[in-house]
Structure formats: C-alpha cells, structure tokens
Design a protein around this ligand. Structure first.
Ligand code: HEM
Length: 377
C-alpha cells in the first residue's frame, strides 16, 4: 500500500512538473523511466525510508515474484555482480536503467542492505555516473536511455565508466588497461575461487580469503598495469566490495560469513541468486562492513597511489586513506563531482545539490562527517 501511495505521489509530481503529453497512469516503471528520459527534467523523489520492523527480516528473495531471466539483447548489465543479479530477478528494472531510489529499494529488499549504507553506495555512484536531470543511471555502459546529457565535462557514463566508481584491481574483472573493466572475466574469477580453496574455511570465500585476494589483486596490478590508479574514492569501494560477498551473498539462514564456491559462482558468473536464496536476517550496514574492511587493511596496509609505468607505484599519502571515511566523502563532494560539474546552473545545479544532500544524509547517521557544500548552501 505504501509503495502504491509513493508511486501515485511520484506520478502526480511528474505530471505537475512536466507537460502532460500523455497519461503515465498504468505505465510500468520502465516506461515511466523512458518517458522521463525523453522529456528532460524529472522530479527527484526523496530517498526511500528503511524497511519497516516486521518487514526487514529473513526472507526468501529468489521467489516466484522475482523469477530469474537472462538479460535481453537490449538490456544493460555492468561491473557490479549484485546489481546485475537484482536486475536479472526484476528487483531493478530489467532494462538496467534505474532511478537512484529504485536502486536503494532493490538492495534493501533483495539483499537487506541497511538504508544508510544503500544510500551511501547509490548516491555517490549516481552523482558520478548518473544523469541528474532525468534522475536515471545505467548500471552498465553509457546509453541514450538515460536521456540527454548535461554539458561536458559531465560524463553520465553509467557504472561501467572507468575512473569513477569503477576502478582497478577488481576481483572478477580486468583493469581497464587490459580490456573491458565491466565484463565478467573467468580467469580473474578463477583466482577468487583458488583463494577460497587455499585460505577459506572449508574452501569458502570468507574474510581471510578476501583479505589475501585483495592484497594479491593490488600487488598484481602494481606489477602489470602501467596505468594503475588506486586512490580515493576507488580504494574504499575496492575494500568494501571484497567483503560484501562474505555478507550479502551468504544465505541469511546460515549467515556464517562463509560463501560457498557454488553460491559465489551463481552470483558472479551467472548473475543469479542461488535456488531458495534467503537474504540477511536483519539490515546490514556500516557497523558490520567497516570492521571487516578494517581487518583487510590491518592484514595488508597500503598507501594510496598510482603507477607511473609497471612496478613503479608512486604513493600519494596526501590523499585520503581507506580508513578516512569522512575524508573520502569530502573528496567525492569537493573534487570528484566538481570535476564533472565545475559550474552547473539552474535545474542541473539544483538536482546535484539535492543529491549531495542525500549523500550527506547517508554519511551523517553513523559517521560524524562535517557537511561540505561545493556549490554553496
Ligand atoms: C547499492 C548500490 C551499488 C552500487 C551503485 C554498486 C556499484 C558497483 C560498481 C560501480 C562496481 C565496480 C567496481 C569495480 O570493481 O571496478 C561494483 C562492484 C562490486 N559490487 Fe557493487 N554496487 C552496489 C551494491 C552492491 C551490493 C549490495 C553488493 C553486495 C554483494 C555489491 C557487490 C559488489 C562486488 C562484490 C563488486 C566487485 C566486483 C569485482 O571486483 O569483480 N555491490 N559495484
């Protein structure tokens, strides 16, 4: 009922904000997104609320209402195994083009991400890779389906855009220097399985396997990728993504932080939830993820940096460290986003500012970061 009300409110706001060329009532989420992409400026709904008590627990999520379907030829997938899987099960529009609020809802519903954590991941990605005017983002490659781009240097490149959220040293993708960094790579993934066999309890991908693999991926890229970049904000996503599978891809009934190789293959290679898959028994947020990434860092500390040629890693200690959460937030807001939007005006500026407020809302809850305003208050 609440969802229905939200849709109705969104539709009314849409109708008020834009010339009503056609009635939107009765259109699917995908059709509404396509309408917005064709027609320019979209209303920006507030981020979804946390799942309510009684609806935020253990649940069968590979259910009849969310059947797996292989992506169609015109459907976009990208570098994130979780979002690809959620699109293949219809938690996200199967087109692979979505509004940020749809992404927040999908990761809460499908995998039980905590609300603030879901918002942190989503709004930073959206600000770097989405279209603030149409409020749409591709979960993979750049596409006209997100509408007309704001002026350059804005990229609106989708999640596959290298050098934004997508970056080097991935676990199941190659570095951009070697090929398509968004495409699943079996050889890379075989390394993940080998590390599970070598280091994990009973051959599972657990936090020890994650720790050793994360270290190896950095060492390998330092040795082989002359253009390696391993600085904020990529360092944080690299470390978080290494531990995500040990939490969110593990069936919530077991919830032992040990991902079997079979389940890992299902999510990463097939982009499909295992049969009978249940999500986490309670929303999981920073308070669980950060100690795990902290362990990875403690096991193998590193200084952010870039390669100037193979095996020539130049440390950049003046940039935020992976443990400096608020420093990374500031770096995103004051450097990364203004690089794409140096002097936005009008509705574009309003939209970016609104999304920056949503991003700050996600980091203010469990972190005491000071809010920053790259475009004034
Ligand atoms: C909520 C919004 C999310 C966004 C916007 C997002 C975005 C991304 C992006 C851009 C990448 C590519 C980074 C790279 O390796 O270069 C990525 C990778 C990854 N994501 Fe997500 N993600 C989200 C949620 C999740 C969730 C809930 C999980 C849970 C398991 C997850 C698991 C992963 C993993 C394991 C990788 C690493 C793939 C690899 O290194 O090969 N993501 N994500």
């Amino acid at each position: 009922m609440k969802f229905f009300t939200l849709i109705m409110v969104a539709l009314v706001r849409l109708a008020v904000a834009m010339p009503a060329y056609e009635s939107l009532i009765g259109l699917s989420e995908r059709e509404i997104n396509e309408f917005v992409a064709r027609n320019g400026i979209a209303p920006i709904p507030n981020p979804p609320e946390p799942l309510r008590a009684g609806q935020n627990g253990l649940k069968l999520v590979n259910d009849a209402a969310h059947p797996f379907k292989t992506q169609g030829t015109d459907e976009i997938r990208g570098p994130c195994p979780a979002l690809n899987t959620l699109a293949n099960h219809g938690y996200l529009p199967r087109s692979g083009v979505a509004r940020p609020d749809q992404i927040v809802t999908a990761v809460m519903e499908g995998l039980n991400l905590g609300n603030d954590f879901a918002k942190f991941l989503t709004y930073q990605a959206f600000l770097m890779n989405g279209n603030p005017l149409t409020n749409l983002m591709s979960i993979g490659m750049k596409t006209p389906l997100t509408g007309q781009d704001p002026p350059k240097p804005a990229q609106v490149g989708g999640l596959s855009q290298h050098g934004t959220f997508e970056g080097d040293t991935s676990m199941s993708r190659v570095d951009a220097f070697f090929g398509d960094p968004a495409a699943f790579n079996q050889t890379r993934f075989n390394d993940l399985l080998a590390y599970a066999t070598k280091y994990g309890v009973n051959g599972t991908y657990d936090v020890t396997a994650a720790s050793e693999l994360r270290y190896e991926r950095l060492q390998d890229s330092i040795a082989t990728n002359p253009q390696l970049v391993f600085t904020s904000p990529r360092i944080l996503s690299a470390y978080s993504e290494a531990v995500f599978p040990t939490v969110y891809f593990v069936d919530g009934r077991l919830n032992n932080r040990q991902l079997t190789q079979q389940a890992a293959t299902s999510f990463f290679a097939m982009q499909r939830m295992p049969q009978d898959f249940h999500r986490q028994p309670a929303p999981v947020s920073f308070e669980v993820i950060e100690p795990l990434t902290g362990k990875l860092f403690k096991d193998h500390p590193f200084v952010p940096g870039v390669n100037h040629g193979k095996n020539n890693y130049i440390e950049m200690p003046q940039t935020p460290a992976v443990s400096d959460f608020c420093g990374i937030y500031r770096d995103i807001a004051l450097r990364v986003i203004p690089e794409q939007y140096p002097r936005p005006t009008g509705p574009l500026k309003d939209a970016i500012k609104k999304n920056l407020v949503f991003l700050y809302g996600a980091v203010s809850f469990q972190h005491n970061c000071t809010q920053v305003f790259p475009y004034g208050k």
